[in-house]
Design a protein. Structure first.
Length: 546
């Protein structure tokens, strides 16, 4: 949630907003499994983390597209909230979209010349408006949910005082939200019985924690460590899904005037529970749990034009996968360039090509998994930022009866190594083990050009400097592509290694691969060298040692 950007950071507002979106999505991706495990209310279907992640992913994608088309910050902010509304999934995802819709447009319009105190007051006002909007959107609000956490954040910000600076107000809001989250088991019996906090509320705390980190550079003291055991809720009774409450979740987008919404709420309320209607300006996202699916859709028809209708039978999520499972095995892999895409396709993989500077979306990966028509699928994301999207797509595919394993490859060359040992003749588990081992044993590096001034492990870099990446870390700062590439290779070899793979990027100067190859061959004749034209952007050279 960017606000009074000049008062907090020297970064231009559009840059900070883009970084905030990226960091929030990454944080929700890292917390996705935890949030799914916490999900016991309103229905224990274990998908809150996935739903909130997909909601923010849709928002970030829409904002990035607007940004690429040259839109100003206010338009990008509007695209972000519109993307969240259109892409909202599940109860918590829909409520989160409303919190964002009520806050982000106000924040990106904040006066960049205002002082930090004015920003603190503005943030408190925005958090109150967002909380009020979310409470109003829910048909039957319940204490102990994301709504309680949102209200606590607003109250914490207000309690900090109208003259407090932004950083203090944000810290107060985040602390109050965390404290409210810890109280949710005392407010909601379902949570108390399961021994967990509310999943949606925890998702909101993740967003607030990340916002504080992005705006201040400080990690909150109560932030949880990145590696932790997942919560294990006490299982609900076997008949809890669908027997004591409505059997179906119905969601749809609705084109309708605002005047039609009160009647829609009145028609949907007696049909079931978990009613949430969010939106505005003629577009609404409708979510409700019902037994009569037809009646819920008919209510939408009476109000306007429902579209993108989704119906989920809760019992299907608890049961074993459908009996009519597809057969065969496929590998779905992301490619950062056309040359890499050809390499992967030639090896028999289903390829998801990532546009320049963009990470593949969960929906793209899900489409590839389902489109493979295979009963077993291995996913290779080949990008640190795409691992969470791959895992979210895998969970959705598993609900459709597909057996999916995600090998968390973080570099294109790791995916290439894993694909090289793929053998559909092995059992699925054995194949995943061999591919995982090949990826893990591949040391990877890259060479790129710095686009801004920044501090790296190797020291300060300036725009135009050549950066050497070793196993994901900016470890070398230099001024010559070939020299830096050779140093990266030497560090990757580290005295051992049999095969060096060089992937030449779209912006690589002619002959760079040959120069690196000649240098390595003269000093290490025992190392075989393979050169491929990957065509990736941003990285003139990608390197791997096996």
């Amino acid at each position: 949630m960017p606000t009074n950007l000049a008062a907090v950071t020297a970064e231009p507002a559009p840059v900070l907003f883009a970084r905030w979106r990226e960091q929030v999505l990454a944080a929700l991706g890292a917390a996705r499994e935890e949030l799914d495990a916490l999900n016991v209310f309103p229905v224990p279907d274990g998908d809150t983390g996935t739903n909130v992640y997909l909601t923010i992913e849709a928002a970030a994608q829409a904002a990035a597209e607007a940004e690429a088309n040259g839109a100003d910050l206010v338009t990008v902010g509007r695209a972000f909230t519109d993307g969240a509304l259109r892409g909202a999934r599940g109860n918590s995802g829909v409520i989160m979209s409303e919190l964002l819709r009520a806050s982000v447009p106000r924040l990106v319009r904040a006066d960049p010349a205002a002082d930090s105190t004015a920003s603190g007051l503005a943030l408190a006002q925005v958090l109150r408006a967002a909380s009020d909007a979310a409470w109003a959107a829910v048909g039957d609000p319940v204490e102990g949910t994301i709504l309680s956490v949102a209200r606590a954040a607003a109250e914490g910000a207000e309690a900090a005082g109208g003259s407090a600076p932004l950083t203090r107000v944000l810290r107060a809001a985040t602390t109050a939200a965390q404290e409210a989250l810890e109280q949710t088991p005392n407010q909601l019996e379902r949570l108390r019985q399961a021994g967990v906090v509310d999943a949606g509320g925890r998702a909101l705390v993740v967003v607030l924690d990340t916002t504080e980190r992005v705006l201040t550079g400080r990690v909150a003291q109560d932030a949880r460590p990145p590696h932790r055991a997942l919560p294990v809720p006490i299982p609900p009774p076997a008949d809890q899904l669908g027997s004591d409450g409505p059997s179906y979740e119905v969601m749809y987008l609705l084109d309708a005037p605002g005047s039609a919404i009160p009647a829609l709420r009145a028609a949907l309320a007696p049909l079931g529970d978990s009613l949430v209607v969010v939106g505005g300006d003629g577009l609404w996202n409708v979510h409700v749990h019902v037994d009569d699916v037809g009646a819920a859709i008919e209510a939408g028809v009476a109000a306007g034009r429902p579209h993108r209708v989704q119906v989920t039978h809760f019992a299907d999520q608890a049961d074993a996968p459908p009996r009519s499972r597809p057969t065969g095995r496929a590998v779905v892999i992301t490619a950062a360039g056309p040359g890499l895409a050809r390499l992967f396709r030639d090896a028999g993989a289903v390829v998801v090509e990532a546009a320049a500077g963009r990470h593949p979306r969960a929906q793209d990966l899900l489409d590839a998994v389902v489109g493979s028509s295979s009963g077993e699928v291995v996913v290779l994301p080949n990008d640190r930022a795409a691992v969470a999207a791959a895992e979210a797509a895998a969970q959705q595919a598993r609900a459709r009866g597909v057996r999916v394993a995600v090998i968390p490859t973080r570099a294109q060359v790791q995916g290439l190594a894993a694909l090289a040992v793929h053998d559909p003749g092995r059992s699925f588990d054995d194949d995943v083990v061999h591919m995982s081992a090949a990826a893990a044993q591949t040391r990877h590096g890259a060479v790129t050009i710095a686009t801004r001034r920044a501090m790296t492990t190797a020291g300060l870099c300036e725009p135009g400097d050549v950066l050497g990446v070793v196993d994901g870390d900016f470890a070398i700062v230099g001024d010559d592509l070939v020299v830096v590439a050779v140093e990266v290779v030497e560090r990757l070899l580290g005295g051992s290694g049999e095969l060096l793979t060089i992937l030449v990027g779209a912006e690589a100067p002619d002959g760079i691969a040959g120069q690196v190859q000649r240098h390595i061959s003269s000093g290490r004749p025992d190392v075989d060298v393979q050169v491929h034209h990957g065509g990736q952007s941003g990285y003139p050279v990608l390197l791997a040692v096996e």
